[in-house]
Write a protein that binds this ligand. Structure first.
Ligand SMILES: Cc1cc2nc3c(=O)[nH]c(=O)nc-3n(C[C@H](O)[C@H](O)[C@H](O)COP(=O)(O)O)c2cc1C
Length: 210
């Protein structure tokens, strides 16, 4: 199957629908996620671009009521964490990238070019400290976070993005290293409420045309 074969008949329409029908849904149906759909949503989100193709985004998928209870406790007790069949934690790990730079370089480049490119990338990021790299990395993870929400909606699921949690406690709970930076938590499932209609600035309010 080629990439073209996999494309829906009307790509623009399905993207438009996903964007227009996505809204934060905080009550989700309590039935386990279809695991194939979950994988496909993660695969689609993994196609998000990153600068220099560094790919620092990582996912932690939680489908465990006990762990969700603990996650809720460090997320200001927001009930959508335990109301969802799954929660996807989206974070960036720039130190993982730095330890494995070669795997991010396109294999089509050939051995010598891969080495040279990897060396260049290492040099660029080694000049920054861990916190600077972390901030740079989370900007990349945020792009995947957006892709994740739309991929989910495109396959008929709903989500609520969340930054209301204590990062240190979440790191501790999930056994993640101190240097990782979070794009957010994403409870996911089938909608059990309609959510609120969009309330947004007009294009004119937020755009300058030159
Ligand atoms: C980065 C980010 C963090 C958010 N954190 C929370 C949160 O912790 N709890 C919550 O209930 N909603 C959270 N939201 C949801 C926003 O309130 C919501 O996206 C916004 O009001 C627009 O509504 P809509 O998503 O339905 O279009 C967050 C949204 C974003 C993008």
């Amino acid at each position: 199957m080629t990439i073209t074969d996999r494309q829906p008949a009307s790509v623009a329409q399905s993207i438009t629908e996903a964007i227009e029908t996505r809204r934060s849904i905080r009550k989700l149906v309590q039935e386990p996620m279809n695991q194939n759909d979950l994988r496909e949503i993660l695969r689609l989100a993994s196609l998000a671009p990153s600068a220099n193709n560094v790919q620092p985004t990582r996912f932690a998928v939680i489908q465990n009521p006990e762990l969700q209870q603990k996650l809720q406790a460090v997320s200001y007790n927001q009930s959508q964490i335990t109301d969802a069949p799954a929660v996807i934690v989206v974070y960036s790990d720039m130190e993982d990238f730095l330890g494995n730079v070669e795997e991010t370089v396109h294999p089509g480049m050939g051995e010598d070019q891969i080495k040279a490119r990897a060396e260049g990338l290492r040099g660029e990021f080694q000049n920054q400290d861990v916190a600077q790299r972390g901030q740079w990395g989370v900007a990349q993870a945020n792009i995947a976070f957006g892709f994740l929400m739309l991929a989910a909606r495109g396959l008929g699921y709903d989500t609520v993005p969340m930054l209301g949690f204590q990062p240190d406690k979440v790191r501790e709970l999930l056994g993640l290293p101190e240097h990782v930076e979070f794009a957010g938590l994403l409870p996911i499932g089938k909608r059990a409420e309609e959510g609120f209609p969009h309330h947004r600035h007009s294009v004119e309010r937020i755009t300058k045309f030159y």
